[in-house]
Structures are given as C-alpha cells and as structure tokens.
Write a protein that binds this ligand. Structure first.
Ligand code: AMP
Ligand code: GLY
Length: 416
C-alpha cells in the first residue's frame, strides 16, 4: 500500500521511521516532509495546506492511506476533503479537530459526556472577563485562549494582576489572533501529568502505552512552557487508574463522539492529571503528541501501518497491540532562544558519532551544502529503547553529548 504522511516535524520523522518498517508498505511519501524524512519517503514538494494538490497527488500515486501528523490541516478540514474524494485518511474530521482547536468546544464536550475535567467558565469579552476576575477570590487560576496557540495559550495566574494581564494579552492585544477572541477560565489543579493516546475508528479504541512529556524548558519543571522538551514511555499507571482511563475517558470519548455526531478516525490524545480528587482531563489533542510519539514508536512491536489503515476503515475491532519490553526515553535538543526566539541556521556536528542503538529524529533541521543545520526551536529528538528507564536515559544522554550546535540546550532530567 502506498502511504502519504502529512507533516514535517520530529513526530512525523518517527511515524515515517515506523511506517517504513512495514512489510505492507509500497511507497511512502511525505508532504511537506523534511530533509531527514526524505531519506525514508518521497517528498513531492507540495505544501500541507494545498488540499487540491494533495487530493490530486493521492489519485496520481494510488495512495491507500493518508496519515495526518499535525492539527492545523485537520482543523482546516483536510480529512473531510480526502474522505469526500474516497481517500482513506487517518485523522479526524474538522468537527473532531474542534476538540483541540477550541477549548470551549472540548470543555463542553467533556461536561456533556461526563468526562472528568476541571471546572470552567467561558468568557466572551474582555469586559466580562475582567468582571469575573475581579470577583474571583481563589488563586492560582488558569486562563486559556480558546483557539490554537502552539501550546502557548495557557497561563497559570498567581494573582489578579496576572489574570488581568492574560486577558489583556489574549483578548485585547490578540497575541494569538482570533484564538483569543474567547477565553476559558479554569480551576487550577495539581498532580502528576501523563499523556494518554488511543487509536479510534469511530466505534472502538486501542490504547497506546501511556507516556509523559516534560513541558517546561528547564530542569525540575522550571522556566516557560514549551511544546515539550522530552518524553518517556511507558509510565507506570495503577490498575485502578487504568480502569478509569479506559472507562471514564476513552470509552466516554468514543460514545460521546458518536452521540454528538463527530466523525473521528484517528488518534485521540488526552492530557491527564492525577489529582487528589481523581484523574482529570486537562486537554484533548486530535493527533499524536510531540515528542511523545518519538518515545512510543520504538516500543511498538506491532506493525503500525495495518493498525492505522484499520482505523481509517472503521475496522479496529479485535485489533491488539504488541510492545517490546523495556522503556524508551526521547530527549529534545533545542536551539538557543527557544521557545520565544529560536536561533536558526547553526551547523550540527556529531550526528555520525551517535551509536546504532540510539535513533535521532529530526524536528527542525535542513540540509545546507550536504550537511544538517538547525532550522527551528526544537531541532532533534535523541531516542533510545533499553530494558529499563535508567538505561534508556543513560544511552540518550551519552549520545546527546556527541551532538553539538551553537547554543544547543536540553534538559538533564528527562524521565527522572
Ligand atoms: P493544555 O494545553 O490545556 O494541556 O495546558 C498546558 C499545560 O498547562 C498542562 O500540561 C498543565 O501543565 C497546565 N494546565 C492546564 N490546565 C491546568 C489546570 N486546570 N490546572 C493546572 N495546570 C493546568
Ligand atoms: N507534547 C504535547 C503535545 O504534543 O501537545
């Protein structure tokens, strides 16, 4: 089967790496892809928002499955376009993508279908938001821009001044554009977090191993939030919590999507927090996590391609997942200035010195005169699978020491 992968980051490099191992794969293509992905897939030079071009390419190359990595094309309706053209797609409908693209939509969905989540209020204007904040007596409080904001639209506000500043930034100055036209004011929760992902075909779900990413820039969870500085998989979850995840989060999600007439064939990602009052869903994403995917793919013994295809066809029932024993750690090597103003164009050295049992997924690199240079905030994810987390961590950090580019920064405590 010929497969087209949409996206260009570290997550897509990991998906391409896994799909390329499938005995069922014919040709693999990627749009837009990247220099590193082009070592595994043909990159025809299309852009991911060129839906006409993508549909024409699928017909021309007899694509049996399109796998969509990032949320943006899903939120713009790529899956609906492909489905209308009878092309099988792994990735939810535009309505399904609203679960990620609108915090209000996600919170209302969770309340409607009894999925445990933090208490919240939607604020539709800056004036109303300021009134609500002035009446609020309990801090911290969480303020979230309603729309997509590349992981930066969430502020934990310690006092009234910070909450008012968030409203001003999101709703008046519109630092995230239209995404800040509404905000969600949310109860502040505490507890450890985990990333729960499951393949969903509209009727059934198949859970992937639970992982954890490290969102803050600096060690010991200090510094600003980022897209994720590293991930570990699997994460130990008690039998009781696992039961709750399956029954109260994933099953209710699948039933809810059906009831609310949301076509959903793809991956649902629930960011959860284990609080003293039980586990709660902080957010839904409608795509694989990044960098969690880089830590999950090496653990999968099962062939990914038939699973994603079954999902796209609504035939997931009875499918199972086989995993390798052990643990996987994935470490992000980021540019100086990340997340605010990443420096780019720095020569990367030492990739050839990385041992064979460590995999380096490229997130933001380009080839210049035949050599890789940095081209984004998150540049590389260094990943190792080992019999236990301590050994996976040791392999990753040894390999990271061999790689260098000017200003390279990374956390020293991933998986601790
Ligand atoms: P989100 O994009 O909604 O997952 O939020 C990003 C991060 O903000 C989460 O991973 C949490 O660390 C934090 N966060 C979000 N919502 C809450 C909340 N209600 N209470 C405490 N922290 C939160
Ligand atoms: N690592 C968090 C995310 O993919 O949203």
């Amino acid at each position: 089967m010929n497969v087209l992968l949409i996206g260009s980051g570290g997550r897509e490099h990991a998906l391409a790496w896994k799909l390329a191992q499938s005995p069922e794969l014919g040709q693999l293509y990627a749009v837009p892809g990247s220099a590193a992905i082009s070592e595994l897939a043909g990159c025809p030079g299309l852009e991911q928002d060129d839906f006409d071009g993508i549909c024409a390419f699928c017909a021309q190359k007899d694509i049996g499955l399109v796998v969509v990595g990032p949320e943006a094309p899903l939120a713009k309706g790529l899956a609906d376009r492909l489905t209308a053209g009878n092309i099988k797609v792994f990735g939810p409908s535009q309505r399904g993508a609203m679960l990620e693209a609108s915090k209000q939509f996600a919170k209302e969905f969770m309340n409607k279908h009894s999925i445990p989540t933090a208490a919240f209020t939607v604020l539709y204007s800056a004036e109303f938001a300021r009134e609500k904040i002035k009446a609020n007596k309990k801090y911290p409080v969480v303020i979230k821009a309603d729309g997509l904001a590349a992981g930066k639209g969430v502020r934990i506000c310690r006092d009234e001044a910070e909450a008012l500043a968030a409203v001003s930034d999101f709703m008046v100055d519109r630092i995230f554009g239209f995404s800040g036209s509404k905000v969600v004011l949310e109860e502040f929760l505490t507890g450890r977090e985990a990333s729960v992902m499951a393949l969903v075909d509209g009727h059934d779900f198949l859970m992937l191993p639970v992982s954890r990413d490290h969102k803050r820039l600096l060690d010991a969870d200090a510094g600003p939030n980022t897209g994720g500085m590293g991930a570990v998989c699997p994460v130990a979850v008690s039998a009781a919590d696992m039961e709750t995840i399956k029954k109260e989060v994933l099953q209710r999600f699948v039933n809810g999507a059906k009831k609310s007439r949301i076509p959903f064939r793809g991956v649902i990602y629930a960011g959860i927090m284990f609080t003293a009052e039980g586990l709660k869903v902080l957010e839904f994403n409608v795509r694989f996590g990044d960098p969690e995917t880089q830590a999950i793919m090496p653990l999968l013994k099962s062939d990914l391609l038939p699973l994603l295809h079954a999902c796209a066809c609504g035939e997931l029932a009875g499918k199972t997942l086989e995993l390798y024993d052990g643990a996987c750690v994935s470490l992000v090597l980021a540019s100086a200035g990340y997340p605010e103003n990443p420096e780019k164009g720095k020569a990367i050295t030492g990739l050839e010195a990385v041992p064979g049992d460590v995999t380096v997924f490229h997130a933001g690199t380009v080839l210049r005169d035949g050599a890789y240079v940095s081209n984004g905030g998150r540049v590389l994810t260094v990943t190792a699978l080992a019999p236990d987390p301590a050994r996976a961590r040791a392999r990753v950090y040894e390999a990271a020491k061999k790689i260098s580019f000017e200003g390279m920064q990374y956390r020293k405590d991933i998986g601790v």
